[in-house]
Design a protein around this ligand. Structure first.
Ligand SMILES: Nc1ncnc2c1ncn2[C@@H]1O[C@H](COP(=O)(O)OP(=O)(O)OP(=O)(O)O)[C@@H](O)[C@H]1O
Ligand SMILES: [Mg+2]
Length: 308
């Protein structure tokens, strides 16, 4: 397996509003070149996390590193390498798309007309660039928002629900655009969505957030592999537990998330896992089967009974 550079890592990132944690102990890991899908139902904590990534709000706990640098300590440097789209971008409706980008470019300095032409072309707005934004469809405004995020040739872009409110055609266009940014420009993309199908179609890697907690993360292909069951396990002692898991033939994968282990087992019943662990003298604090990630995600988004 190829090891690649870590471009974003969060360490026990958390945000508390009054008495409630909107995000709790989030440990996200994104490598260069990934299209990272951040999936979670409404209110899960996606926007809160993204605002912390972009330094729009301050974390209550933990920290964010982009390019191995603490984002709060190297803010200008890091932000100059990022592009972001948080909820709906605000534009001057009576100016053209191009003029809007020019006015944003003027704030940052040093962006040529040629670069503006290039991003307009990239997002598919070249033909309408000189029309007033007032005349744009929602999808076109959304693409102008992405164009704005691309202005300073970022290495990494963060898009909060870029397809919200778009029709199927608009969604398809944004999806293709994200694919192009990745394939043609090598930009690492972090995008949030509340739709599993959307993440599944565009992302290479993903994390699921629910009630402020990262439930699972990994490669999309592996996580959505039908028939596999993911088990959340908290057991002591941790290192010994990992060694025992490594010897079990039905264990396909083990991922550590803080003091929790995510154990992917085949079609095996999770009760076999717990009995094998107990036989080895391991103390199990929690063991929660998530069935397939897909079923699990549907159950939480449809508000069906929670697994925990
Ligand atoms: N400024 C704030 N003050 C108090 N609570 C907040 C604030 N911002 C967000 N929250 C709460 O934090 C939780 C997470 O909200 P957040 O906006 O991050 O969710 P989300 O995953 O982006 O949801 P959506 O899919 O609806 O955009 C929610 O319970 C929300 O009410
Ligand atoms: Mg949101």
């Amino acid at each position: 397996m190829m090891s690649s550079e870590i471009v974003l890592q969060t360490f026990n990132l958390g945000k508390k509003y009054r008495h409630r944690w909107a995000v709790r102990e989030a440990n996200l890991l994104v490598h260069r070149g990934e299209i990272f899908g951040f999936l979670g139902p409404n209110g899960a904590g996606k926007s809160t996390t993204i605002r912390m990534l972009l330094t729009l709000i301050r974390p209550t706990t933990g920290r964010v590193e982009f390019f191995q640098k603490n984002v709060l300590m190297h803010r200008a440097d890091v932000l100059s390498r990022l592009g972001g789209l948080v909820e709906r971008a605000d534009f001057y409706l009576y100016l053209s798309g191009r003029r809007n980008l020019e006015s944003i470019a003027a704030l940052g300095g040093n962006i040529s007309k040629k670069e503006i032409d290039e991003v307009l072309h990239l997002v598919g707005l070249a033909k309408r660039a000189d029309d007033r934004v007032k005349t744009y469809s929602h999808g076109m405004k959304q693409r102008l928002g992405i164009a704005q995020a691309l202005l300073r040739q970022p290495e990494f872009i963060v898009l909060d629900e870029p397809t919200t409110g778009l029709d199927p055609q608009g969604i398809k266009e944004v999806r293709e655009l994200i694919g192009r940014l990745s394939a043609e420009r090598g930009i690492t993309v972090f995008l949030s969505s509340h739709l599993l199908s959307e993440i599944e179609q565009v992302a290479t890697n993903m994390a699921v957030i629910h009630r402020g907690e990262i439930i699972v993360q990994g490669k999309v292909g592996e996580l959505l592999n039908d028939g596999d069951t993911v088990v959340r396990l908290i057991a002591r002692p941790m290192d010994y537990t990992k060694r025992v898991l490594a010897r079990l033939s039905f264990v396909k994968r083990v991922v550590a998330q803080g003091d929790e282990l995510q154990v992917t087992i085949g079609n095996t019943d999770s009760s076999l896992l717990s009995s094998m662990l107990m036989k080895s003298g391991i103390e199990i604090a929690t063991i929660t089967p998530l069935r397939s990630l897909e079923q699990y995600f549907l159950s939480i988004t449809e508000g069906a009974s929670d697994v925990d």
